[in-house]
Design a protein around this ligand. Structure first.
Ligand code: PMP
Length: 411
């Protein structure tokens, strides 16, 4: 049953060319936390540092000009990837967490006031909860939560009722990093816009796995991280609709983001420079273009085909394991993430026993404590897939679970 939709892709990831010290192959099932890097990304970082590294947007000399050009090429690749209207709507950040903080404090801090409502829900990653809690505390705005259905989806009827003239912002994940739930962004955005609010999408999990079109989907701000898109760590993206970025205050102040500085005060450059104070993650941002090219070359259709095949295969196999419970919706409504528990087995023990077989999964609350509270479970095991995974990886997972069950005397 080896799937061929993404034939040969695994070979582009050098990390899989090794055998672990215990003789096991690497079965990497933690792409939702961070993706492995293909040769083209590794080589792009090395190429820049070996041949023409310089600071960005500073020098007129040859290296500087080349760096500026390559950064702008990444910006253009992002513009195309997400369907933005203009490159000035794309700012480089350190990652999704920083980008959400920039929206929450930069836009929310300026626009929210007492009586306003921020719409969130319990499946959000802490990165899309805590900044809003902080802004709510400072502005007097109130957070309201969209209820979730039994199978871990947004309750859309309750959502329709909960949105009203006080709704100023909906911030929602494109895909849950724990349940795998894919949220109907366009559907949500229509309702929020009708009520006069704005829509912020946490694309950390969704952007690497499915096409996004900010204009067609009604997304006002979109954030994502390079490292989950097969790109480098340390670089992320903040997209904001042009008019909204103009009404967003910067979060960081310093070099490059200014227009004029005098002893008595300063004015800001226009976007995106206004949001890019200090030295950018230059090498990482340039290599992010190689990651985007890599994903585009595979194509989201093939990526989806492969990932849904793996998810189906994993869900079917896991559901045969005695005492195993899978969280979240049916296959059709989820991405390539499967979180589960096994009766009588602590998730940390499970993760450690799987590790002995070279199977790398994440355990814990996955930065979704409110969701775990709602599900009445303190911790889960999560297997997540990327373009390099195969059904053999799932077979390894199932074999390792069998080994763990025996060790834990569950079998
Ligand atoms: N949102 C979601 C849904 C995530 O899965 C993550 C990463 N686990 C983040 C936000 C935060 O991303 P980063 O750590 O790259 O800032």
């Amino acid at each position: 049953t080896q799937q061929v939709a993404l034939c040969g892709v695994r070979d582009q990831f050098p990390v899989f060319g090794q055998t672990l010290p215990n003789g096991q192959p690497v079965t990497f099932l933690d792409t939702a936390a961070s993706a492995q890097k293909p040769n083209c990304v590794i080589e792009a970082e090395e190429r820049v540092q070996r041949s023409h590294y310089a600071n960005a947007y500073r020098g007129v000399y040859e290296f500087g000009a080349q760096i500026d050009e390559e950064l702008e090429a990444t910006r253009e690749a992002i513009e195309k990837l997400i369907g933005a209207e203009d490159v000035s709507e794309i700012a480089f950040t350190a990652g999704s967490t920083m980008s959400i903080n920039m929206v929450a404090f930069g836009w929310g801090g300026r626009h929210l006031q007492e009586g306003d409502e921020i719409v969130l829900n319990e499946m959000e990653h802490h990165a899309n909860l805590v900044p809003w809690q902080q802004v709510a505390e400072r502005t007097g705005a109130k957070i309201v939560y969209i209820p979730l259905t039994e199978d871990g989806q947004l309750d859309l009827l309750a959502f329709d009722e909960l949105v009203n003239s006080r709704t100023r912002v909906l911030s929602v994940t494109g895909m849950s990093n724990m349940l795998g739930t894919i949220n109907p962004i366009r559907r949500l955005a229509d309702r929020v816009h009708e009520a006069g609010g704005i829509v912020v999408v946490d694309g950390a999990q969704s952007v690497p796995h499915a096409p996004v079109d900010v204009q067609a989907d009604g997304i006002d701000f979109l954030v994502f991280s390079g490292h989950k898109l097969y790109g480098p760590t340390g670089v992320g993206v903040l997209y904001g609709r042009k008019d909204l970025l103009e009404e967003t205050d910067p979060l960081l102040f310093g070099g490059h983001m200014i227009d004029q500085v005098t002893k008595s005060g300063s004015t800001w450059a226009s976007a995106p420079a206004k949001f890019e104070a200090g030295t950018l993650p230059i090498v990482q941002a340039i290599a992010l273009k190689s990651a985007i090219d890599f994903v585009n070359e595979l194509g989201f259709e093939a990526i989806h085909e492969q990932e849904s095949l793996l998810t189906r295969y994993a869900m079917e196999a896991l559901s045969q394991v005695p005492g195993l419970k899978i969280y979240g919706p049916r296959l059709e409504d989820r991405g390539a993430i499967v979180s589960f528990t096994i009766d009588g087995a602590h998730p940390e023990d499970l993760a450690q026993l799987l590790n002995r077989k070279g199977v790398f999964v994440r355990h814990g609350h996955h930065c979704t404590m409110p969701l775990h509270d709602l599900l009445n479970v303190s911790s889960t095991v999560r297997a997540s897939f990327g373009v390099y995974n195969t059904t053999e990886d799932v077979d390894q997972l199932i074999a390792a679970i069998e080994f763990a069950r025996q060790r834990l005397r569950l079998a």
